[in-house]
Design a protein around this ligand. Structure first.
Ligand SMILES: [Mg+2]
Length: 393
């Protein structure tokens, strides 16, 4: 089987653009991959074309390691966010083709059925005013939907530091969520790399009585020294990794014991091939994966297949029950969280088990939406302009 054509389609939502990559083959099979790029969709498209022309057109989709070698070694330059995202979309589509060609769901080719439910937690559910009572009410709707865990960033537009008033407000929001969901639902605290280490430690201490499942990205991702300080300053578990892009980037996190949950994103880490390798290495340190997942239904499917087959897969993030729920209609058989279990059931269709609907996608064309996590009101996920001033407070 040879890949003969690459078709990219960008779907616009108010706050995220989802890029779909279809690989057409000389045998008539079509495989699909997906990336949610943060603010650089046009750059991603260019990279997919450039990488695709060099390493993908004419290749056998079974040769995922050879395609990855082209991006990671032959290019010489370090593969970062853009290259590893372009590769990821291609790799996921290759695995879809491999599964279809074998007549097997992808998880059967990654180690088989390790678990029968892939646990999920909700994000994107707090699109309201940043008020404790309002967010507490929204949290109840998440639990009513069957989720056993939910994540929130209660810190508004904070960057670097947090005033005492803002800390008090943030803690009140998490207290309202804990009151709303009860003691048995996991609450993940998202910090989005906002803080200096001393601030993150101060915040961690103020939240400890609420027993959060983890603190996520307490400091910016390149600040390993700061992460070490946070590690020494809190008893709470630390999750991070959504902004690392190569297996070598995980070295300090694993080897220095700085992380309790790795959140590497399959769509920014070279795809299923990249994440599958990382899972094996993380297993040596007894560290689980809880992949960052802001994608639509295709890369969610890729994550579910990994989750079925990977022993140290902890839980999968999921937005699409609360944010832009129509994205589920971009495929024929979206993987859905079962309210009875709070997780995804094992998919049985060949490949990823989803077919991309180009006509449906055309109803939501690229709109240039940008997302600024340091702008006031980002939580409403209506799209926020990128301006430097919003980051300087
Ligand atoms: Mg995050």
């Amino acid at each position: 089987m040879k890949i003969t054509n690459i078709v990219t389609t960008v779907v616009g939502t108010p706050w995220r653009e989802l890029t779909y990559v279809e690989l057409e083959t000389d045998e008539g099979l079509v495989g699909v991959g997906e990336v949610r790029m943060v603010n650089k969709t046009e750059t991603l498209i260019a990279a997919i074309q450039e990488i695709g022309n060099r390493y993908v057109i004419g290749a056998d989709p079974f040769d995922v390691e050879r395609i990855a070698w082209g991006v990671l070694w032959t290019e010489y330059g370090r593969a970062g966010e853009v290259a590893q995202s372009a590769l990821a979309a291609i790799d996921i589509a290759c695995w879809d083709l491999i599964g279809q060609a074998c007549g097997q769901p992808v998880w059967k080719l990654l180690g088989g059925r390790f678990r029968s439910v892939v646990p999920a937690y909700a994000n994107g559910w707090y699109q309201g005013d940043r008020e404790p009572e309002a967010i507490g009410e929204l949290a109840k709707t998440v639990v009513a939907r069957g989720y056993r865990g939910l994540k929130l960033d209660p810190f508004g537009a904070a960057s670097a530091d947090l005033t005492t008033a803002e800390l008090t407000r943030s803690v009140s929001i998490v207290e309202a969520v804990r009151d709303a969901v009860g003691p048995d639902v996991d609450i993940m605290i998202e910090m989005h790399g906002r803080f200096r280490s001393a601030t993150a430690v101060r915040v961690a201490g103020a939240l400890e009585h609420l027993a959060p499942k983890w603190l996520e990205e307490p400091v910016p991702p390149a600040n390993v020294h700061g992460l070490r300080n946070v590690r020494l300053g809190t008893r709470l578990p630390i999750a991070t990794g959504e902004r690392i892009h190569g297996i070598e980037d995980a070295a300090p996190l694993l080897e220095e014991g700085l992380v309790d949950t790795l959140q590497v994103d399959v769509t920014h880490f070279g795809g299923i091939t990249g994440l599958h390798k990382l899972a094996g290495w993380a297993a040596a340190y007894n560290v689980p994966l809880a992949p960052h997942n802001v994608c639509g239904p295709v890369s969610t499917a890729a994550n579910v297949h990994l989750g079925v087959a990977t022993p140290n897969f902890q839980v999968l993030e999921h937005f699409n029950d609360f944010a832009d729920t129509w994205v589920l209609d971009l495929v024929d058989h979206p993987h859905l969280v079962d309210p009875r279990t709070g997780g995804f059931p094992v998919p049985e269709r060949p490949g990823l088990g989803v077919r991309f609907d180009r006509e449906r996608a055309a109803e939501h064309p690229s709109n240039g939406a940008t997302f600024n996590l340091f702008a006031v009101g980002w939580e409403k996920r209506e799209g926020t302009a990128l301006d430097v001033a919003s980051t300087l407070h």
